[in-house]
Design a protein around this ligand. Structure first.
Ligand code: PGA
Length: 254
């Protein structure tokens, strides 16, 4: 049985005080949330401070990126082991901003996915098409290709621990949310791809989040779709009441 999983991606926002206040607000409110997994992913420089603010709460800590090597001369990078050491349970990998602004490839993301899983982190692996790709009818082909590249070479037990986030690039930070039907179509396709590459039990077990302009007003309808298991939330995760409004939209039982 899949549980809903709502994660906040704070991106390059907040400062130390704002990050701690946001984490404290979410941690407090999360005490009354049942049957929904929760996480926040602050900028890496605030992981430790946010981790302290979340201590003893139901909210997991996640990072927004990492490098695949364990250690060494990789200036500016962080390893999976370092994230674990900071208290992280999750790491977002292959976010569209990293793919399209910072040039990350499926091959690079794939190395990170393997390294994250080896270190015991749960990777939240993002896939999603550009507007031009959607308009050209290429959405499912793009998703298939990103799946095959970013998630190559994982044994079933490893794949079962991955969270996939479908984030259409045209819906991220634009206010243009995918309709529940558009999102569900891709989520169902991802589940079929999982069944083809693995088996029915892996396909049924993997949590697939939707991301892209999720707000309290549209959360319940999106999260009510049979193959949408949660949300990766950007802008609306920076306000306690909005993030809580999205959590309230998560179906508590399947
Ligand atoms: P958004 O971002 O909710 O601001 O559209 C989602 C994401 O990029 O993960």
């Amino acid at each position: 049985m899949r549980r809903q999983f709502i994660a906040g991606n704070w991106k390059m926002n907040t400062n130390r005080a704002a990050a701690v206040a946001l984490a404290e607000g979410i941690a407090k409110a999360a005490a009354s949330v049942a049957n929904v997994d929760l996480a926040v992913c602050p900028p890496c420089c605030y992981l430790e401070a946010v981790g302290k603010a979340l201590a003893g709460s139901k909210v997991g800590l996640g990072a927004q990126n990492m490098y695949h090597e364990k250690e060494g001369a990789f200036t500016g990078e962080l390893s999976a082991g370092m994230l674990v050491d900071m208290g992280c349970k999750y790491v977002i990998l292959g976010h569209s901003e990293r793919r399209h602004i910072l040039g990350e490839t499926d091959a690079a993301i794939n190395k990170k996915v393997h390294a994250a899983l080896a270190a015991g982190l749960t990777p939240i692996v993002c896939v999603g098409e550009l507007l031009a790709e959607r308009e050209a009818g290429k959405t499912l082909g793009v998703i298939q290709c990103q799946f095959a590249g970013s998630l190559a070479g994982l044994a079933s037990e490893r794949m079962a621990k991955v969270v996939i986030a479908y984030e259409p690039v045209w819906a991220i930070g634009t206010g243009k949310v995918a309709t529940p039907q558009q999102a569900e179509e891709v989520h169902l396709a991802l589940r079929k791809i999982l069944a083809e590459h693995y088996d029915a039990s892996v396909a049924e077990g993997v949590v697939i989040q939707y991301g892209g302009s999720v707000k309290p007003e549209n959360a319940a309808e999106l999260l009510g779709q049979p193959n949408i298991d949660g949300a990766l939330v950007g802008g609306a995760s920076l306000k306690v009441d909005q993030f809580l409004g999205i959590i309230a939209g998560a179906k508590e039982n399947r």
